[in-house]
Design a binder for this molecule. Structure first.
Ligand SMILES: [Zn+2]
Length: 308
């Protein structure tokens, strides 16, 4: 038996039951009126076009499925295939391309592309709590990837997309974001906002980080410029490991990512990094975590794709 032979990956009824067990872990709630007491199942009947997973609220007489109000609300792909996609995307270290999803799930490319972005939106962490604190160590670094649309290719990195990332060594979590440039004026406010003051920050000797000692309890610098790669605990190897997974994925799987979508791919890599095996999560836990994230993001998701 393989993981993918589980019934909810193949049977639509079981798929709804599975998603309901995650989303309604504390009980069913009517999305129309908030009622919880008089909810009854509506039996699926294809002849009368009654869908699988339908419920009826006795308080407001409204009908609903567990997908209402989630990023999957308007997904046309059957739920059991959606769950397969979630599993594949949360368990593949470097991600999975829309072309591969299309082939594996036997859906159109367009459906696969939209589905993957819905799942990335579910993976997006709403956690804004600062990293570090209590004397913890946070590594900070930036990297360059791909090419900004229309930007002429020059030497150095000016035509590339820029990403700033933090890794908290204490919690093993990462947080990455797209930045316009890597100047001190751009990076320092973001670093201040995302890291608690009582933190020991580790960076390389890039100019932008020069004065971070003013903002944090400690700041150690690895002098890459003179060929140094660390002195005991002073290193940025953790974050370089994060970037290497990210870059392998972006090169091998998501080759042509536009800058306006890059933040969603970063959310995907952050999700897998924060919920990786070393942090005590297995593939099944990751699937549940991603599914828990489908709530309450529908509007933001639609707005951001509409703007894309
Ligand atoms: Zn109701």
């Amino acid at each position: 038996m393989s993981v993918l032979s589980r019934p909810y990956f193949h049977d639509e009824e079981r798929a709804f039951e599975y998603l309901e067990s995650v989303i309604w872990a504390d009980g069913r709630v009517c999305p129309h009126c908030g009622g919880v007491d008089r909810i009854t199942k509506v039996k699926a009947n294809p002849a009368k076009r009654i869908r699988v997973g339908l419920w009826r609220c006795g308080d407001c007489k409204g009908q609903f499925t567990v997908k209402i109000g989630t990023v999957f609300e308007h997904a046309r792909v059957p739920l059991h295939k959606v769950l397969q996609a979630v599993y594949l995307l949360t368990s593949s270290k470097k991600g999975i391309s829309s072309h591969q999803l299309m082939r594996v799930l036997e859906i159109t490319y367009k459906a696969a592309w939209f589905l993957a972005h819905r799942i990335r939106e579910a993976m997006r962490s709403g956690d804004l709590a600062p990293f570090g604190g209590n004397g913890g160590i946070v590594e900070v670094d930036e990297t360059f990837i791909g090419r900004k649309k229309g930007a002429p290719v020059k030497r150095a990195f000016h035509h590339k997309m820029k990403v700033l990332a933090l890794v908290d060594r204490g919690t093993g979590k990462s947080r990455a974001m797209v930045v316009d440039n890597v100047s001190m004026q751009t990076l320092v406010p973001i670093v201040r906002e995302n890291i608690a003051r009582e933190t020991h920050v580790m960076t390389d000797d890039a100019n932008a980080y020069k004065y971070l000692a003013q903002d944090f309890d400690g700041h150690s610098i690895v002098r890459h410029g003179i060929g140094e790669y660390g002195r005991g605990p002073v290193h940025t190897n953790t974050i370089e490991g994060y970037f290497s997974i990210f870059k392998r994925g972006m090169r091998g799987v998501y080759q042509h990512c536009a800058e306006r979508h890059l933040h969603r791919y970063l959310a995907e890599f952050d999700f897998r990094y924060c919920n990786r095996e070393a942090n005590g999560l297995n593939d099944a836990d990751r699937t549940v975590r991603a599914l828990e994230g489908i709530m309450g993001k529908r509007l933001m998701y639609r707005d951001s794709l509409a703007a894309a």
